[in-house]
Design a protein around this ligand. Structure first.
Ligand SMILES: [Zn+2]
Length: 180
């Protein structure tokens, strides 16, 4: 069975001031398989489940990119965003949370909320879980499973079971071992 894997690639572009420069970042869209699309911009890649139920987004990259991410999503579908799921708390996956979290519930492993509550003023997950959670959406089961003591203490792997795609956040070393 062919499984498509979405990797989060950390390509850090830090200017002399220490502030990242997002002015040259554009969002590219790739149809991965089945319902699942990938958006690449800066920081962790975004996965989208797109279909009749609307849109589920996995990770949100950086706040500065939110308007460009919204435009890319609208190119794929006019459906409504329904859920945002975070793979872990790092800023290149969650600093865009506030741009979406006022409209849709943010879902994450419990430790992601705990860490964001320490580090970020807003954009915290409102639905949390310990070991795993299933979202039945766009005709398939989307399974988020916690891998403790991995890249952070809150990492999840997100498996789009019908589309045969996994979004592995920043867990790639562990996942390459698991799939052998
Ligand atoms: Zn990370």
């Amino acid at each position: 069975m062919r499984i498509s894997i979405i990797l989060a690639i950390l390509a850090l572009t830090v200017g002399a001031s220490g502030q990242r420069d997002f002015s040259q970042v554009s969002i590219t869209i790739t149809h991965v398989a089945g319902n699942v699309y990938m958006l690449e911009g800066a920081g962790g890649n975004i996965a989208l489940s797109v279909g009749e139920d609307g849109i589920l987004m996995v990770d949100a990259q950086f706040a500065e990119l939110a308007p460009r991410i919204e435009a890319a999503v609208a190119e794929i579908s006019k459906g409504d965003l329904k859920f945002l799921l975070n793979t872990h708390y790092h800023g290149d996956h969650t600093s865009g949370n506030p741009a979406f979290g006022d409209r849709v519930p943010i879902i994450a492993q419990h430790n992601v909320r705990r860490r964001l509550a320490d580090e970020a003023p807003e954009g915290w997950p409102v639905i949390t879980f310990e070991e795993g959670l299933s979202i039945h959406f766009n005709g398939e089961e989307i399974v988020a499973r916690h891998y403790p003591t991995a890249h952070t203490d809150g990492d999840v792997l997100v498996h789009f079971t019908g589309s045969n795609v996994v979004h592995i956040g920043d867990l790639f070393n562990h996942i390459l071992i698991m799939l052998k």
